[in-house]
Design a protein around this ligand. Structure first.
Ligand SMILES: C[S@@+](CC[C@H](N)C(=O)[O-])C[C@H]1O[C@@H](n2cnc3c(N)ncnc32)[C@H](O)[C@@H]1O
Length: 286
């Protein structure tokens, strides 16, 4: 295994595009990881200059992911489809889930070569886990991939995790179609877990920060698009064929999602939601 304190050697992942910073590796750098390249680190440092609390936002997002996984397990959901799973070093989902429930299964999916390569390394020999190199905007390919179809029982509930990733899908209609497809692909009691950059959290400074993130990420391989609360409700929660029954406290900043035991902090401009997928009587079946 590589020394985690040494930065990644670009030759280790030949297919990677070194010309542009990539969100997966910028996020890894913000979380203190070493799976990133000079272009990612330079971009992250510029981001930290423009947004000094960007690191706190990454940490808060990751912490929300952990609390959400725990909440799903407490509801008896033991299967996870982690879309845009990233580089699984800081408190990885599979470790957290399997510590609480050793029978939990976690199918990771990411499109970015370093995330996939490092996931392969870290997940090698770990029961009940898989990593699939795929683009989440192609749900048919994702759901049919051996790492997903061969690991998750579609008749049982699955918690679909789309954490800090859907803001990379710019088109609203595509986003809603994708979320509908994944949310309704599995058995009754399935859950959807989302965090997403926001434009209208209660704190104007946080909303301004997200606008800055949007502007900065135009220089990266994946520009981000923040959305407001009403849009996220329309695209993810109140759907024609189903709705999401949101767990308390609903659609709130990641720092406020079941974080009672944490020190109160300023919102970071990322919405969080965890909801059970509930068919709507008389709704269009898909
Ligand atoms: C900011 S990271 C979030 C990682 C993790 N979900 C978390 O919240 O800690 C976003 C991840 O989504 C991945 N990603 C972005 N667009 C994707 C796509 N279309 N298909 C699959 N993965 C994608 C990126 O490669 C990156 O690893």
């Amino acid at each position: 295994m590589r020394d985690p304190d040494r930065h990644l050697d670009p030759d280790a992942v030949p297919e990677v595009d070194l010309t542009l910073p990539n969100p997966a590796r910028v996020y890894d750098y913000l979380l203190g990881g070493a799976h990133n390249f000079a272009t990612d680190r330079e971009f992250a440092e510029r981001m930290l200059t423009a947004l000094p609390h960007a690191r706190r936002a990454a940490v808060a997002n990751r912490a929300f992911l952990g609390r959400a996984v725990r909440a799903c397990l407490e509801r008896g959901v033991r299967q996870f489809l982690d879309l845009g799973s990233g580089i699984p070093t800081a408190a990885p989902v599979h470790e957290l889930a399997r510590r609480i429930d050793p029978a939990a299964r976690v199918a990771h999916v990411d499109v970015e070569p370093v995330s996939v390569a490092m996931s392969r390394e870290i997940l090698h020999g770990v029961d009940g886990t898989s990593i699939t190199a795929a683009d989440l905007t192609d749900p048919a390919a994702v759901l049919a991939a051996p790492g997903v179809a061969g690991l998750l029982d579609p008749a049982e509930p699955v918690a679909v995790l789309a954490v800090s990733v859907l803001h990379f899908v710019a088109d609203d209609t595509l986003l809603a179609t994708l979320a509908d497809t994944y949310a309704t692909a599995f058995g009754p009691g399935s859950m959807l877990v989302v965090s997403h950059g926001s434009t209208d959290v209660d704190d104007p400074a946080a909303a301004h920060d997200m606008r800055t993130v949007e502007r900065l990420t135009r220089e990266t391989s994946q520009p981000a698009r923040a959305r407001d609360r009403a849009t996220l409700r329309r695209l993810l929660v109140d759907r024609p064929g189903h709705r999401l029954d949101l767990l308390e406290p609903g659609l709130v900043d990641v720092t406020a999602w079941r974080a009672e035991d944490l020190p109160a902090g300023r919102p970071v401009g990322m919405y969080a939601l965890v909801g059970e997928v509930v068919p709507v009587a008389g709704g269009q079946s898909r």
